[in-house]
Write a protein that binds this ligand. Structure first.
Ligand code: DC
Length: 211
């Protein structure tokens, strides 16, 4: 079964997706980390992202490995966030990443997190969730995470949001049939409980036992 969790930066996707995967006993897929790896490799190697993307060996797990090197921290740097947003608007990069993500999701139980999981990567996902939160709350969370100034994060976030939402290829939007969850005033436990409930419902519709 695939649980697709999409939404903008700072909506709580990573925290929620990791916690939901743990609660359900599913494997967590961080698709954004893949775009971040392409951005990091292209910058460091001075190569065109689209040309490089299909060649990269990306391993996701406790640590993120890029061609055998641990880049877990490096891909979270602000300049990599910025580059990843640009790289992710290239259709050829997206094609390569989506193919890799579909290969992974073909087998087993997953909680996959990103921007286009429910719309493009896995439109048949049993459960689709679109997480949102107010822009101020999203910036506040990111600022805490990065140890940065909230107003700077808010300004940068607005630029990236606009780019992610208006790009021609796979713009950020809720998938058909996605459950919208606004996390602004919810605790992590409440959001995870809602997702576990959606999985239970999906299983009972499919006629199998619940979690
Ligand atoms: O979720 P994140 O911040 O790690 O994502 C990094 C960038 O990659 C972000 O600009 C959005 C983009 N992205 C995407 O376009 N599609 C995905 N499935 C995941 C991330």
């Amino acid at each position: 079964m695939v649980v697709a969790i999409d939404g903008p930066a700072g909506a709580g996707k990573s925290t929620v997706a990791k916690a939901a995967a743990k609660a359900l006993g599913f494997t967590y897929l961080d698709s954004g980390a893949m775009y971040r790896c392409v951005a990091l490799a292209a910058t460091e190697r001075g190569r065109h992202p689209a040309e490089l993307a299909p060649e990269l060996w990306i391993e996701l797990g406790e640590r993120v490995m890029l061609d055998g090197r641990d880049v877990t921290e490096a891909i979270r740097r602000p300049e990599v966030s910025e580059a990843a947003s640009r790289v992710a608007s290239d259709p050829a990069v997206r094609t390569a990443m989506v193919a890799g993500q579909r290969r992974l999701l073909a087998d087993g139980d997953w909680v996959a997190e990103g921007r286009d999981i429910g719309t493009v990567v896995a439109p048949d996902a049993a459960v689709k969730v679109f997480l949102t939160a107010s822009p101020e709350e999203r910036a506040r969370r990111r600022a805490v995470e990065l140890g940065a100034d909230a107003s700077t994060v808010l300004a940068e976030q607005a630029i990236r949001d606009e780019r992610d939402r208006t790009r021609a290829h796979s713009p950020l939007e809720p998938a058909a049939g996605a459950a919208l969850i606004d996390t602004t005033a919810l605790t992590l436990e409440e959001v995870v409980e809602r997702i576990v409930e959606l999985v239970r419902e999906a299983r009972s519709h499919a006629g199998t036992a619940g979690p």
